[in-house]
Ligand binder design. Structure first.
Ligand code: GDP
Length: 346
């Protein structure tokens, strides 16, 4: 509900001090840059508007850290009008008092002029901190932000905090949560995924934007970091395979017996696949492209925004082999797909 819908595209803005990691984050999440190569990125020195080719086509406005965005030289009408969420990046490995002070000025400004904007704080580069120190730093930052705000009579401002790093999955999970808040249909999506899980004996189901590896919804059972990581790695495998063979002649990767992977062409349909994740066949993954071959108007509107390439449904299943149940799962998934089209009609 918080997304501003000027042209129907929720917009994110990335801000923070110089060298806090803004360019690295947008390169890793949206341009698939390997994290180690961010060492050679030039630090952000100007405002960059970047169109992201992802399911939402949102923009990251990458701001240099040393400018004062609330000063008179910036036109806030243009700057904040269509923003759904402001992501503020704080370098947890660096001295952060100044960053917190700037953040608080921004929060106070936004609260008075643009209260609908979600404020999301990424406590970033936590990979460099020991486990104990990481938690302490995180709590310290939250405490300082809250103290300073309450000194200014802002109690319980709508600010969320995340620990992030480009060297693991945390940056993708944080983005997923930020994006989900901007999707008004999220409760419906969650309910659909819940019923899919219970009807098909699925442990965990994710609706992924394949290119960015952001998940736009999951069922409401507890999420553990491991399951996101497994699904995300699987997407990489699928992308590699499909790049070799081409999306249109996508392969079905099937495995019904332990450790064995078979390839089978599925022709011109939404690709799906089931694999075992380990040689003992204790866990299974099911992947289904959701709308690749849907008619164009549906594709354009699945998230009421354009530039959607495709979404994929990925399900985790335990112990018993889903081989015998696959027809049932396929059926339930097609029901789910139909429901999705109702949720996002033209
Ligand atoms: P910007 O000025 O805010 O755009 O910052 P950059 O994206 O240029 O990043 C500054 C430096 O931080 C680069 O050397 C990155 O490699 C490094 N960096 C970015 N993200 C992370 C992270 O999650 N962990 C670590 N250890 N370093 C990071």
């Amino acid at each position: 509900p918080n997304s501003k819908t000027g042209d129907g595209k929720p917009r994110l803005m990335l801000m923070g001090q110089r060298r806090s990691g803004k360019s690295s984050i947008s390169s890793v999440v949206f341009h698939k840059l390997p994290p180690s190569e961010t060492l050679y990125l030039e630090t952000t020195t100007k405002i960059k508007k970047e169109a992201m080719h992802s399911f939402m086509d949102f923009q990251v406005w990458d701001f240099p850290g040393h400018l004062d965005y609330t000063g008179p030289e910036f036109d806030p009408e243009n700057l904040f009008d269509e923003i759904g969420a402001l992501i503020w990046v704080i370098d947890a490995q660096d001295e952060y008092l100044e960053a917190i002070h700037r953040l608080n000025r921004m929060i106070i400004y936004l609260q008075s002029s643009y209260p609908a904007i979600n404020i999301e704080v990424f406590v970033h580069k936590v990979d460099g901190l020991s486990d104990d120190y990481r938690g302490d730093t995180f709590r310290d930052i939250i405490q300082r932000v809250q103290d300073e705000l309450s000194d200014n009579n802002y109690e319980n401002p709508p600010v969320s905090f995340y620990q992030t790093s480009i060297y693991d999955h945390s940056i993708f999970e944080a983005f997923s949560k930020v994006i989900q808040k901007l999707i008004p249909q999220l409760p419906t999506l969650e309910a659909l995924l819940n019923s899919l899980c219970s009807n098909s004996r699925i442990e965990k189901a994710y609706l992924f934007d394949v290119l960015s590896k952001i998940y736009i919804a999951t069922d409401t059972s507890p999420t553990d970091i491991g399951s996101y990581a497994i699904c995300s790695d699987y997407i990489d495998v699928v992308i590699d395979v499909s790049e070799i063979y081409g999306w249109d002649r996508f392969m079905q990767i099937g495995s019904t017996t332990a450790g064995e992977v078979g390839l089978e062409e599925t022709g011109n349909q939404d690709a799906d696949s089931v694999i075992t994740m380990d040689r003992k066949a204790h866990n299974y993954l099911y992947l289904k492209e959701i709308n690749k071959y849907a008619n164009p108007s549906t594709i354009l509107n699945v998230l009421t925004v354009c530039s959607l390439r495709y979404l994929a449904l990925i399900c985790l299943m335990g112990e018993d082999s889903p081989a015998g149940r696959k027809p049932l799962i396929d059926h339930n998934v097609s029901v789910f797909q139909d429901a999705l089209k109702q949720v996002f009609p033209r």
